[in-house]
Design a protein around this ligand. Structure first.
Ligand code: AHR
Length: 521
């Protein structure tokens, strides 16, 4: 019956609904058809994950101020940031890097803080890292956020023994020199840490390895990362950057390698006009606005490429794709340390977040986790801090609007929409996805990328009786609208009423350059 629905009824219904999804004169009839009564895979909550590296002021200043700080804190973690992060329901947090992870030696960051070794953070500005934020502080942050830890081990410059003992230190309940050390440092019972990355960008900052070489080393590391008690490890092999499909093929094709990891990561940043230019986060024209979204959309091609390879070797989808670094990468704010990657965040970044999260939702059959780079003060952050002040970025509000997709079930949808054309290039003007929660609530998330045109879209919801709709919108007059420490509420979500409902068809008027969330009951 399910197959009959999937292959016969649903396509026919969609075809019928889409008869008008075409140009009539100058008016394209935009449609987003939602089939509500045949939910698909669960959208892993971890798709809404974050990433915090020892880089610039992400950890120091942004999250960690220390227990003696005048900034209100809980065990050294700033309260304003903590409370804001709880609101977006951070499901998972990756740490300590990034490139930093492959220089990090976890024993430097345990024990009395005044006795910890200071090191140089060679990747990020050459600043002194005093290791005052280490394993115990990170696990306290995890506890206070109520989320899962995702620890990135050091394969590039560490040893197998070092990574294996880190797993043991955190998760083993038995008596051993390593677990005794944990107890001496104040933690009697082990923590639960499921997600472990076996190196970071080992094709680059993590050791400049070839795919074959990494596959061999990964095999060795993974063997010694053990399950203790009921802590089942989810080992994540370092995957490639972007569309280097060969790397994924190398890891997936070798059956003996395959047994040793449960997930494979990819990294992808949207970098306008390449790494030598990157563009400004706040001073850009429509060409750069368009180009950012064109690059954002490209992640779907990359995901499909990796999925196709994984499907060949793992048709039952037992292994997950983990996009553990994604986002816009612009030049640093003028006057800031180039090694700190501090950038502002505008309405453009909010639409970027919506495009990515909608794509990740739609590939929930394979994507297990995704982590925005990065959580505070680095790259496309959800939060910026300056001394005791904090602002929420437009990207933050998108994570809040989308949070109920977490652990909901993806709905089959079909989007037919007009193009957003700039020069000789075009991209879909609308990004969309929909899910249904266990309680039967539908969440539809939409974005209109066109900065100069409101777009009307018809959303027939099949197999669901709409009783009530709540709408939220994030938009602004200017493409580069953003929040500042002087004007922190310039861009934020407000109630949205730009829709009509008749016969379970919602007609939505999406204002130009906006993100909209509709909650249907
Ligand atoms: O997120 C910043 C850096 O980008 C990370 O450290 C690295 O993994 C990537 O190249």
């Amino acid at each position: 019956m399910k197959r009959f629905l999937m292959f016969c009824i649903i396509p026919c219904l969609m075809a019928l609904m889409q008869i008008n999804g075409q140009t009539t004169g100058n008016n394209y009839v935009n449609q987003f058809v939602i089939i509500a009564n045949n939910p698909g895979p669960v959208i892993s909550k971890d798709i809404y994950g974050h990433f915090s590296e020892h880089l610039g002021t992400c950890i120091y200043g942004g999250i960690w101020v220390g227990p003696n700080s005048k900034i209100p804190n809980t065990y050294g973690i700033r309260n304003d940031v903590l409370f804001a992060l709880r609101e977006i329901r951070v499901p998972t947090l990756r740490w300590p890097g990034g490139c930093f992870a492959d220089t990090y030696h976890w024993r430097d960051g345990i024990g009395p803080q005044n006795k910890r070794a200071s090191i140089i953070n060679v990747h990020w500005g050459g600043v002194t890292e005093d290791n005052s934020f280490g394993t115990h502080e990170f696990m306290k942050l995890i506890e206070l956020l109520g989320c899962d830890a995702y620890i990135n081990g050091n394969l590039g410059s560490g040893t197998v023994q070092e990574m294996a003992e880190w797993v043991e230190y955190l998760t083993n309940d038995s008596e051993s020199p390593v677990t005794r050390l944990r107890k001496e440092n104040g933690q009697d019972t082990p923590w639960k840490v499921r997600y472990w990355a076996i190196g970071n960008e080992n094709w680059g900052c993590g050791g400049n390895m070839t795919d074959e070489y990494y596959a061999g080393i990964m095999r060795q590391y993974s063997t010694y990362l053990r399950n203790y008690g009921n802590n089942r490890l989810y080992r994540i092999a370092c995957g490639p950057y972007g569309d280097n499909f060969q790397w994924t093929e190398t890891l997936m094709k070798d059956a003996s390698t395959r047994d040793l990891f449960q997930g494979i990561s990819i990294h992808y940043y949207s970098v306008v006009d390449g790494w030598n230019y990157k563009g400004s986060a706040t001073k850009f024209d429509e060409r750069e606005w368009f180009e950012t979204f064109r690059l954002n959309y490209d992640i779907e091609r990359i995901i499909i490429g990796h999925k196709n390879i994984m499907d060949c070797y793992d048709p039952d989808k037992t292994k997950g794709l983990v996009i553990d670094e994604w986002g816009n990468w612009f030049v640093v704010e003028p006057g800031t340390n180039p090694g700190f990657l501090y950038q502002q965040n505008t309405l453009r970044d909010a639409i970027t977040a919506a495009i990515h999260l909608n794509i990740f939702n739609r590939h929930a059959d394979r994507i297990k986790m995704a982590n925005l780079a990065q959580m505070v003060n680095v790259l496309q952050s959800v939060i910026l801090t300056k001394d005791d002040k904090m602002i929420l970025t437009p990207t933050y509000y998108v994570f809040k609007m989308f949070r109920d997709h977490q652990n909901a079930r993806l709905l089959t949808t079909d989007l037919k929409c007009e193009d957003y054309i700039f020069g000789d290039k075009k991209i879909p003007a609308i990004s969309a996805s929909a899910s249904i929660s266990n309680e039967g609530k539908i969440l539809i998330t939409l974005a209109n990328l066109n900065p100069g045109k409101d777009i009307v879209i018809s959303c027939p919801v099949i197999g669901f009786t709409i009783k009530n709709i709540n709408g939220q919108i994030l938009t602004a007059e200017q493409m580069n609208a953003h929040n500042t420490f002087e004007n922190p509420d310039n861009v934020k979500t407000i109630e949205f009423k730009g829709f009509k409902v008749k016969d379970d068809i919602i007609t939505v008027t999406l204002p130009s350059k906006s993100v909209v969330a509709l909650e249907l009951r």
